[in-house]
Ligand binder design. Structure first.
Ligand SMILES: *[C@@H]1O[C@H](CO)[C@@H](O)[C@H](O)[C@H]1NC(C)=O
Ligand SMILES: *[C@@H]1O[C@H](CO)[C@@H](O)[C@H](O)[C@H]1NC(C)=O
Length: 970
């Protein structure tokens, strides 16, 4: 609310006030003689005193908030409804007041959308209207008011009560149960709570009640299984978001007068009873967002059957999970609105046309539907909204030229549809406001400029991740001004489209993974700039919120002036030069990714007060200098990824305030100093990567930090100068590495919703993980100068997948407890000074796919069971080791004490070799979790962060009792 509006409102108020007083002074006689009755003085006084408690709600913005108020307000402008209430006129002439024709008693008070603000107290004179039948206070601001128990004084008269959307709060008084004549009660959309017994009493006595509207009134209870409401005459019952739980009771479905029933947004469980389909008058049913509710096929079919009057059926997020019938479908021809989104539906759409020509809304999104899109669907004459996204529909989509004339919303995203879609046909859908074809296999050449300038109602366009080739001739400079969301990732765009310049409402722009070359034009620094929030005085300059230009061939940027930007992705381009200073002014930035470019120089000390940054990835550039203390109180920072630069100096201690940090990846820099013990304090830290730096000294634990690194899953300190004993106390506390439980759903490490990509040395090779499962637990302390014995306690890290202690000066024996590392897939202890025999327990590690014990001083026979024989090259450089797979035979004495060796040889002679079995097995498990992995052959890694890469294909393999997922890159 700006000052100017305030002044204006006051002026309007004053002007209208004087005008109306003057006019009523002159026309007083004529007005009163119009009526043969007169408002009783006592009631007139009561209303005026009530008016005295009210104010003009100068902050109300009815026109934007409540579309239902628009008509009411009409041309009369904005002023409170009580404006003309005054002593000079009869109260029956006041706005919103209705009187009885014979007695003059006030019988109706309609103050809805009245722009009034106030509190209704128990002593309010509102209750001094003994004949009041209809009270409507909806769409006002009674913030903080409760409904006083005095409402019971209307018990003889009140038939209609509406206080919806008026910011009331508190408990609904018990006395509402005294209002025996009520026909309609609407308490929706306030901050009310309602005691279950009051609710049941109102419901149970609903012989005259026709409308009970309680959406968002919190009842928060299970309902009794039995309640006699067979005499109810309810037509409308709305209990949306009432926090009802427990079994869905059957009695709602005995109310044969019911026309509209809304039980959405609760937590009902159990089956939807069959009685529901026997309600003769039911036209509208909403059970959406009851995730635990189930419905049987026959009940569902009955609901939709042509014998019903059903117009509006909403089951979004109800767990249907069965196969859609394809034959004998007999749908009610009244059907207008059908929402079956997120219902776990399977099967395919019926082939033969359904008689649903009145259908305007169809949502089948987020199911597992497959097969082709039926041709009857794409010609429905009334269809306005069609959402089939996130299914597995496949095949060609045949739009003919008379397709879907009324369509406004078309969402086919995230399916496996193919084919060429003629642009001319899409252009005919001139009412389109939303078009989403993303993540399919459509392949057409479309002219972007024509598309954007023809579909003038479009505000949302997503063509990403298909095989589209979009061309722009950059000559047409007109594009519709409504576009807010433009997603054109992977559309083979060669230029930064000129039409963007005219999209003054642009909010989100994704041009990633295209072929845009060269410098981004200067004018782009202010695209989307002039967005005015509808009907409000608030001017948001620089409204652009999301900008993704990653994975192109961009060489230069303008100084972006989008200071409101929250997401900026520029990774994998060829941009050189200093850290863009304009980024310092983006004080709302949540995520910044500048990785894989040629940025250089120091990072400015500019974020001191920015506490909104969740993720910052500057990796693989040429930045240098120290890591600045840039994170103020560091509220939200979840990921700081600075790997692959030339940062120097010690870790800034200000990082210790970053308690939200999940990922700290500073690998491959020139950092030095000791390992700061405050790192252990970061209780959410899941990945700490300091590899290939110049850190030095012993790792000391601090007595102040009680359980350091409790969440850590990935710890990589390799290639540094650490010395001394391995940090035993840390191993004791790596709780996340101890838990033997795998997450039930495959879950990946995420930073502010984006996957974290990491390079890890596994099986002797550096692998790029575009995303990493939270179950992938890694400990790499290799290539340092650690000495002394390996603590037995490491054996307790039972969910470790990768352990690398190679290239140190470790002595003593390999702990027998390593046999407890049941999940281990890669174990490297090579290049140390380990002595003694290899514990037999190691041979029981069934997932082990890689083992390297070479270059130590181990002795004795190599345990000869299971996969050990396949680990050629894993035992060399231990002169005193003998047995397979080494060529050196063990002497007789050893043979006697280890008889298993004989058995192995027997098996080989029988033609069965462990080698083959284990090799295949080992590879399968080892590459589990790896997504689009890529070997690093040359200096700087080329890594992929593509998150929604449509080309990703998943193969699920079940091995033993553990689930593994292998992704094969496109
Ligand atoms: C263990 O680390 C060393 C040196 O850091 C590396 O050369 C080796 O490949 C790693 N081992 C495995 C199995 O990745
Ligand atoms: C084991 O480590 C040694 C020393 O780093 C290396 O030479 C050898 O190739 C490794 N063996 C395997 C199988 O990777």
């Amino acid at each position: 609310m700006s000052n100017s509006k305030l002044v204006y409102s006051v002026l309007v108020f004053f002007c209208c006030f004087t005008c109306s007083t003057v006019s009523s002074y002159f026309f007083n006689t004529s007005l009163t003689t119009e009526h043969i009755f007169k408002c009783p003085a006592q009631q007139s006084r009561a209303l005026l005193l009530f008016k005295d408690d009210l104010f003009e709600d100068i902050f109300s913005d009815l026109a934007t908030d409540y579309s239902s108020c628009k008509n009411w307000l009409g041309d009369e402008g904005y002023h409170p409804i009580t404006m003309n209430w005054n002593t000079n006129t009869d109260c029956c002439d006041w706005k919103g007041v209705t009187c009885d024709h014979s007695t003059g008693d006030v019988i109706g008070l309609d103050m809805s959308c009245g722009m009034v603000l106030g509190t209704i107290l128990p002593n309010s004179t509102l209750f001094d209207l003994p004949r009041l039948q209809r009270l409507n206070l909806a769409f006002n601001n009674f913030e903080g008011s409760q409904i006083p128990n005095e409402i019971g004084r209307f018990s003889k008269s009140l038939t209609h009560l509406n206080v919806s959307k008026s910011l009331f709060s508190g408990k609904v008084p018990t006395n509402v149960t005294l209002l025996h004549n009520l026909v309609s009660i609407d308490l929706s959309s306030n901050d009310f709570s309602l005691e279950p017994h009051v609710f049941l009493s109102v419901l149970g006595n609903s012989t005259s009640l026709k409308e009970l509207l309680l959406s968002d009134v919190i009842i928060n209870s299970a309902l009794p299984t039995f309640l006699n409401i067979s005499s109810s005459s309810l037509k409308l019952l709305n209990l949306r978001g009432a926090r009802l739980h427990g079994k869905l009771p059957g009695y709602f479905f005995n109310i044969s007068s019911l026309e509209k029933l809304d039980l959405s947004g609760n937590q009902f469980t159990g089956q939807i009873p069959i009685e529901i389909s026997h309600l003769p008058k039911l036209v509208s049913l909403d059970l959406s967002s009851n995730h635990y509710l189930r419905i049987k096929p026959n009940v569902f079919n009955n609901l939709l059957n042509s014998s019903t009057l059903m117009r509006d059926l909403r089951l979004h997020d109800v767990n249907i999970s069965w196969v859609l019938p394809t034959e004998h479908i007999n749908i009610s021809s009244y059907l207008n609105y059908l929402d079956l989104g997120n219902c776990s539906l399977m099967g395919s759409l019926p082939k033969s046309p359904l008689n649903i020509t009145h259908l305007t809304y169809l949502d089948l999104s987020n199911n597992k539907l497959n097969g082709a899109l039926s041709s009857w669907l794409l010609v429905l004459p009334s269809l306005v909204y069609l959402d089939l996204s996130n299914n597995i529909f496949n095949g060609d989509v045949f739009f003919n030229s008379s397709a879907l004339p009324a369509l406004q919303n078309l969402n086919l995203g995230k399916n496996q549809l193919v084919g060429r879609i003629d642009q001319a046909i899409i252009l005919k859908l001139s009412n389109l406001t939303l078009l989403d074809l993303s993540n399919n296999n459509f392949g057409s050449d479309w002219g972007l400029d024509t598309l954007l300038s023809s579909l003038t109602n479009l505000y949302y366009l997503d063509l990403s991740y298909n095989h589209f080739s979009l061309t722009t001739n950059n000559a047409i400079h007109y594009a519709n001004h409504n576009i807010r969301f433009l997603y054109l990732a992977s559309c083979k765009l060669k230029e930064f489209p000129m039409s963007l310049r005219y999209m003054i409402s642009l909010f989100r722009l994704d041009l990633s993974s295209n072929e845009i070359k060269g410098d981004i034009p200067i004018w782009a620094r202010e695209i989307g700039d002039n967005y005015y929030l509808n009907m409000s005085d608030n001017f948001f300059p620089n409204r652009l919120n999301f900008l993704n230009l990653s994975h192109n061939f961009i060489t230069g940027l303008p100084q972006f002036q989008h200071y409101g930007l929250q997401y900026l992705f520029l990774q994998s381009n060829q941009i050189q030069g200093p850290f863009p200073p304009s980024i310092c002014n983006m004080t709302n930035l949540h995520s910044l990714d500048l990785s894989e470019n040629g940025f250089s120089g120091r990072i400015p000390q500019c974020w001191v007060n920015n506490t909104y940054v969740f993720a910052m990835d500057l990796s693989n550039n040429d930045f240098n200098g120290t890591i600045p203390n840039m994170f103020g109180d560091c509220g939200y920072l979840e990921g700081l990824i600075l790997k692959g630069n030339r940062f120097q100096g010690e870790l800034p201690s200000s990082l210790s305030k970053c308690q939200a940090l999940k990922v700290l990846d500073l690998g491959n820099n020139l950092l030095n100093g000791r390992l700061p013990h405050w790192l252990g304090h970061l209780q959410n830290l899941q990945a700490l990567i300091l590899k290939s730096n110049n850190f030095y000294g012993p790792i000391r634990t601090s007595p102040i930090v009680e359980s350091p690194f409790a969440s850590l899953r990935v710890l990589d300190l390799s290639h540094n100068g650490f010395v001394g004993q391995l940090p035993r106390k840390y191993f004791e506390n790596l709780k996340a590495m101890m838990s033997g439980l795998m997450s039930t759903n495959l879950e990946y490490l995420q930073i502010n919703g984006e996957y974290y990509s990491v390079v890890i040395s596994v099986k002797g090779q550096d692998l790029v993980f575009a995303k990493i499962s939270v179950d992938y637990k890694i400990l790499d302390l290799s290539s340092n100068r650690f000495e002394g014995e390996i603590p037995n306690i490491i054996g307790n890290l039972t969910s470790l997948i990768v352990l690398n202690l190679s290239h140190n000066n470790l002595t003593g024996r390999i702990p027998h407890d390593f046999g407890k590392l049941k999940s281990i897939e890669s174990l490297d202890l090579s290049c140390n000074r380990l002595t003694g025999e290899i514990p037999q327990s190691l041979s029981e590690l069934t997932f082990l796919g890689f083992l390297n014990l070479s270059q130590n001083q181990l002795e004795g026979r190599i345990p000869s069971s299971t996969q050990f024989n396949t680990f050629e090259g894993s035992f060399g450089g231990n002169p005193k080791l003998c047995g397979l797979p080494l060529p050196k035979k063990c002497n007789k004495n050893l043979d006697e004490s280890h008889t298993e060796g004989e058995e192995v040889r027997d098996e080989e002679e029988n033609g069965f070799t462990w080698k083959v079995v284990i090799l295949g097995y080992g590879c399968g498990t080892l590459f589990g979790f790896v997504i689009g992995y890529l070997m690093l052959s040359t200096g700087r890694p080329k890594w992929y962060t593509s998150i929604t890469d449509a080309g990703e294909r998943m193969i699920l393999t079940h091995q033993k009792k553990r689930r593994r997922i292998i992704y094969i890159g496109s």
